[in-house]
Design a protein around this ligand. Structure first.
Ligand SMILES: Cc1cc2nc3c(=O)[nH]c(=O)nc-3n(C[C@H](O)[C@H](O)[C@H](O)COP(=O)(O)O)c2cc1C
Length: 154
């Protein structure tokens, strides 16, 4: 069972939303990346999860700071998703950002925002499962979400 292309295609049949995961280092430098591995986990306590690849440049900063933000993108924010999955660009030039109490940036105009503390890390092969405890959140049910299906935005 080592057919990565076929497995990727099979995973891609599951339609998801698209999020931007952000964090901040001790010097106040912001990092972030596009992720569709977001899942709601628990209401009490309030938990969510996201799975960064082990080589994601934001991962050491999330682990060290112990905080991360999640912005669930609206369908008007596709350019933000593209920018945060691209290399060699200044990612935060796209979109308007507000700082949560923990210092992580959250995207204005998103369908929902969550500010989390890192609760637990679970080994997940070439990814890690990061369980986040939600410290604050907000949502706007008037916005349509950006969707991702079979390797394409929808
Ligand atoms: C729609 C979409 C979803 C993605 N989901 C994830 C994800 O859940 N986890 C992950 O590690 N990378 C995911 N990526 C890839 C990262 O966004 C991309 O590799 C990014 O460049 C990683 O940040 P880095 O270059 O700073 O390491 C996704 C990309 C796209 C376009």
């Amino acid at each position: 069972m080592n057919d990565h292309r076929a497995l990727r295609d099979a995973f891609g049949c599951f339609a998801t939303g698209v999020t931007i995961i952000t964090s901040v280092d001790a010097a106040g430098a912001h990092v972030g990346f596009t992720a569709n591995s977001f899942t709601s986990v628990s209401l009490d306590p309030p938990l969510l999860l996201v799975c960064p690849g082990k080589h994601a440049s934001s991962l050491p900063i999330i682990r060290k700071s112990g905080v991360f933000g999640v912005s669930v993108l609206s369908d008007a924010q596709r350019a933000v998703a593209e920018r945060f999955a691209a290399r060699g660009v200044d990612r935060f030039t796209e979109g308007e950002w507000v700082e949560a109490e923990s210092g992580v940036l959250l995207l204005e105009g998103a369908c929902a925002n969550f500010a989390c503390s890192l609760e637990q890390e679970i080994e997940g092969g070439d990814h890690l499962v990061l369980l986040g405890r939600i410290q604050s959140f907000r949502s706007a049910d008037t916005r349509d979400p950006l969707m991702y299906l079979r390797g394409r935005y929808a």
